[in-house]
Design a protein around this ligand. Structure first.
Ligand code: ATP
Ligand code: MG
Length: 293
């Protein structure tokens, strides 16, 4: 078998034409989307997906039409968190219909395309040497397809739940050059700040994309017995100091949120009166006011 490096030209595939076609489909889809927002963090496991799922729910409950692109191609979790893992995607000549959760948020995720729970995403490269290039090329292609080939219809907000790593945002900017803004997620630990700072630099100084604000997740924990709030992490620094960026939400740790994520039920809908829900709803409102000003 010949590799792509050994093939003359595009070997008759008209690959440039295919990508250009997809690019114009993507631009057409985005012309029906009012605002695009990426949720990112250099750090893994800080709550990007749980926050995406819940601010999407909050925005939907406020009457907005909302879509989520699960941009974590290798570790997709959004479909599980919003309870659409069993949805069957419907394909039509003009694109695929996204899954729709119980409240009306639209979702597309690699998780909806995998044959079963145990299946990893595999990109078959010809050799280990090509695997790195191939994998990132295929990830960008999958993302391009998710945006371009999904029938989103008219949306007020399209949220993109990014995988960990500050290098992911350039891929998104390649597809959505006028991305509306970024939410940066951190937890209150110096280790998290160290890594998340790189995302802030990438977003604000290198790519010059507006940062809507920083969300400090697992900011504290309220004891269910005495009602006192306790710190879970030890950092002395606030995100405002660490990143010179505005904090738009401090989300308390609540085991019920984790339970809701696992059971695919939207936490902000089920427990609207908790401090955690109020902070998440506040973040959704800050997103709205960011685009109003
Ligand atoms: N405020 C919170 N209270 C309780 N549990 C939380 C909270 N935020 C997130 N979690 C839980 O923590 C775990 C990690 O969250 P999540 O998967 O959203 O992180 P992530 O940043 O998206 O991870 P990855 O980097 O792997 O994409 C999940 O089980 C989630 O339900
Ligand atoms: Mg995630």
């Amino acid at each position: 078998m010949k590799t792509y490096t050994e093939l003359p030209g595009d070997a008759g595939s008209n690959i440039i034409g295919q990508v250009n076609d997809q690019h114009s489909r993507l631009n057409k889809r985005l012309s029906f989307v009012e605002h695009t927002v990426a949720i990112m963090s250099g750090k893994g496991g800080v709550g990007k997906s749980a926050i995406t799922a819940n601010i999407a729910t909050a925005l939907t409950q406020m009457g907005c039409s909302v879509g989520i692109v699960d941009a974590d191609i290798n570790g997709p979790t959004i479909a599980k968190m919003v309870g659409v893992r069993n949805a069957t995607l419907e394909y039509t000549t003009s694109g695929v219909n996204p899954a729709i959760d119980s409240l009306g948020t639209k979702i597309i995720s690699m998780d909806l395309l995998l044959p079963n729970d145990d299946s990893p995403v595999m990109w078959n490269a010809h050799s280990q040497k090509d695997a790195f290039t191939w994998r990132s090329t295929m990830e960008v292609s999958a993302l391009r397809e998710f945006i371009a080939d999904t029938q989103w219809g008219e949306l007020n907000y399209l949220l993109l739940d990014l995988p960990p790593g500050s290098e992911r945002l350039p891929n998104v900017i390649e597809l959505i050059p006028n991305l509306g803004g970024v939410i940066i997620v951190t937890i209150p630990s110096d280790v998290s700040h160290l890594i998340v700072k790189k995302s802030v630099t990438m977003t604000r100084d290198i790519l010059k994309v507006p940062i809507i604000g920083v969300v400090e997740n697992m900011a504290y924990y309220i004891c269910p017995h005495c009602g006192e709030s306790e710190q879970l992490f030890a950092s002395e620094q606030t995100p405002d100091n660490a990143f010179q960026s505005t904090t738009i939400g401090k989300i308390p740790f609540d085991p019920k949120l984790s339970h809701c994520s696992d059971s695919g039920t939207p936490y902000v809908n089920i427990y609207p009166e908790t401090d955690t829900s109020k902070s998440l709803i506040q973040v959704a409102k800050k997103i709205q006011s960011f685009f109003r000003t």
